[in-house]
Design a protein around this ligand. Structure first.
Ligand code: GLY
Length: 429
C-alpha cells in the first residue's frame, strides 16, 4: 500500500491558499500544511494540516518540519523565498521541493539579468536601456518618446514598474527609484523600456528544466480601478483562459520563449525547475516577453486552479517535475474561471487593516464559487478582519466565462467591510 502523501506549501497569500486547496483535492486526500499561511487558510477544513507556527525564513526549521512530517513535496509560492535560496537548502538536505534554485531565480530577481538572458537566447523583448546613474537616465528620458516603462532591477513586491506617460512622470519615477527605491529601499539600477501595445497574457508552465507541462493561459488586471485606471497593484483579478487567445499561442510561446530560456539557463549551468511565468505582450501574432517570473502568478493562480480538470493530480504533476520525470503535456481548460480580488480600504497606497468582514460564509455560495483568503485575521471562530491590502479572492468556474463572472460577482456582493473595493470589469470583454 502507498503511504499517504503530504504537501507543504510555503507562503501566506491567496495564491498559496489556492495551491494548497488544489493539492488537497486529489483523490487520495493528502494532508496539506501551509507555512506561514494565514488565518483564513488555517480555517479551511480541506487544508487538514493547517498553518503550523514555523518561521518561514528559518530554512533549518522548515527542513526539520518537512523531515519530521515526512513531506512528499514542498511547493514554494513567493519569489522572495526562492531568491533567498530555500530550494538550494532543501536539496542540500535531500528533501523534495519544487521550485528553482537561487541562481535560476535570478531570472526574476534581476530584470537586467533577465534581459541579458533574453538577448542571448534570441527571445523577442521590448528594446531597453539599463542605467545606474540618475543624471544619465534623466538625459535619456528627456530625448525619448513617451510613454516609457520604467522598472527597478530587483524584487519590488509589484511596486517596481511604472508606465510613464510623460516626461514629468519619468523624471519623478527615476528620482524615486534611483534615490529611494519603490518601497523606500535604495535601488541601484533601473531599466527603461519601450512601451508596447497589445494584449497582455500570462503564460505559465511547470518544468523540470527540459520537459514542460503548459498551464492554461490567463490574464490579470493590474490597475486598481475599472477600465485600467489608477495605480498598478499586485493584481485586482484574473480570468482563465486569456481572452481571444490564438490556439497556436502555446506552440509559439514554447518554441520562441520557454525552450530558448530553459536551454540558455541549462547551458549556463543553472537549469530551471519550477513554475516559469512569461508575461507576454501579443500584437498581431508578434510575441514579446515583458518579464519572467519564477513562480505562479497572483491572482492568476486562484483562477487557474478552478479552470483545471478536476481529475488532474496537480501534486503528482509537481512531484514529477521536481524529480525530473515530467512528460511534455498541455493542461486543458475544463471550465473558464475568474478571480475577483477584494481589497482593503486605502489599497494600494496605504491599506488599512482591522475592518470586520461581514457575509463571509462558504455555505452561502453555490458550489462553483470558492473564496480564497489573501490577507485576513480571525478574531473569533468564523469571524475575520482585513489584514493586508488584498484581502479575499472570490473565484468561480462555469461552462462559460460569463456565467462564472455572474456567480463570482454575486458572491462578492454578499461580502462587505468598511471601504472594501474591487473592480467590476474583470472578464468583461
Ligand atoms: N499577477 C502578476 C504577478 O503575479 O506577478
Amino acid at each position: 500500500m502507498h503511504q499517504q502523501r503530504s504537501f507543504l506549501v510555503l507562503g501566506s497569500g491567496g495564491r498559496e491558499h489556492a495551491i494548497a486547496w488544489r493539492l488537497a483535492r486529489s483523490a487520495d486526500n493528502p494532508v496539506v500544511y501551509v507555512i506561514p499561511g494565514n488565518d483564513g487558510i488555517a480555517a479551511d477544513p480541506i487544508i487538514r494540516g493547517g498553518c503550523p507556527p514555523v518561521p518561514v525564513n528559518d530554512f533549518k526549521a522548515l527542513a526539520k518540519f518537512a523531515r519530521n512530517h515526512d513531506i512528499t513535496l514542498t511547493v514554494v509560492g513567493p519569489e522572495a523565498l526562492l531568491c533567498a535560496g530555500v530550494v538550494d537548502y532543501f536539496r542540500q538536505n535531500r528533501l523534495p521541493i519544487f521550485g528553482p534554485s537561487k541562481a535560476a531565480a535570478l531570472l526574476e530577481a534581476s530584470k537586467a539579468f533577465s534581459k541579458e538572458i533574453m538577448h542571448s537566447a534570441g527571445i523577442a523583448t521590448p528594446q531597453s536601456e539599463i542605467f545606474d546613474n540618475l543624471s544619465t537616465a534623466i538625459s535619456y528620458v528627456r530625448n525619448a518618446k513617451h510613454p516609457l516603462v520604467i522598472k527597478v532591477d530587483g524584487l519590488a513586491a509589484g511596486k517596481g514598474v511604472v508606465i510613464a506617460q510623460d516626461l514629468a512622470t519619468s523624471e519623478k519615477t527615476l528620482r524615486a527609484f534611483l534615490a529611494n527605491g519603490p518601497s523606500g529601499q535604495s535601488s541601484k539600477i533601473v531599466i527603461i523600456e519601450k512601451f508596447l501595445e497589445g494584449a497582455e497574457t500570462s503564460f505559465i508552465v511547470v518544468t523540470d528544466g527540459k520537459n514542460v507541462a503548459t498551464l492554461p493561459t490567463s490574464r490579470d488586471y493590474k490597475r486598481v480601478f475599472d477600465n485600467d485606471l489608477g495605480p498598478n497593484t499586485g493584481g485586482m483579478g484574473a480570468v482563465v483562459p486569456a481572452p481571444q487567445t490564438d490556439p497556436a499561442l502555446a506552440k509559439h510561446a514554447l518554441q520562441r520563449v520557454i525552450h530558448p530560456v530553459l536551454d540558455e539557463l541549462q547551458q549556463r549551468g543553472n537549469p530551471f525547475c519550477g513554475f516559469l511565468y512569461a508575461g507576454l505582450m501579443i500584437d498581431n501574432g508578434e510575441i514579446n516577453v515583458l518579464e519572467f517570473n519564477v513562480r505562479l502568478g497572483d491572482p492568476e493562480t486562484q483562477a487557474l486552479v478552478r479552470a483545471m480538470p478536476d481529475d488532474l493530480d496537480f501534486g503528482l504533476l509537481l512531484q514529477n517535475a521536481a524529480h525530473g520525470t515530467l512528460q511534455d503535456c498541455e493542461i486543458p481548460v475544463e471550465t473558464p474561471a475568474i478571480c475577483i480580488v477584494m481589497a482593503a480600504r486605502g489599497y494600494p497606497d496605504a491599506p488599512v487593516p482591522g475592518d470586520i468582514i461581514y457575509g463571509l460564509t462558504d455555505s452561502a455560495h453555490p458550489e462553483n464559487v470558492k473564496v480564497f483568503h489573501a490577507g485576513t485575521k480571525a478574531v473569533k471562530p468564523g469571524e475575520f478582519t482585513t489584514a493586508a491590502g488584498r484581502v479575499l479572492n472570490v473565484t468561480a468556474c462555469a461552462t462559460t466565462l460569463s456565467d462564472a463572472r455572474q456567480d463570482a460577482y454575486a458572491a462578492a456582493a454578499q461580502i462587505h467591510w468598511n471601504g472594501a473595493h474591487y473592480r467590476h470589469d474583470i472578464g468583461r470583454e
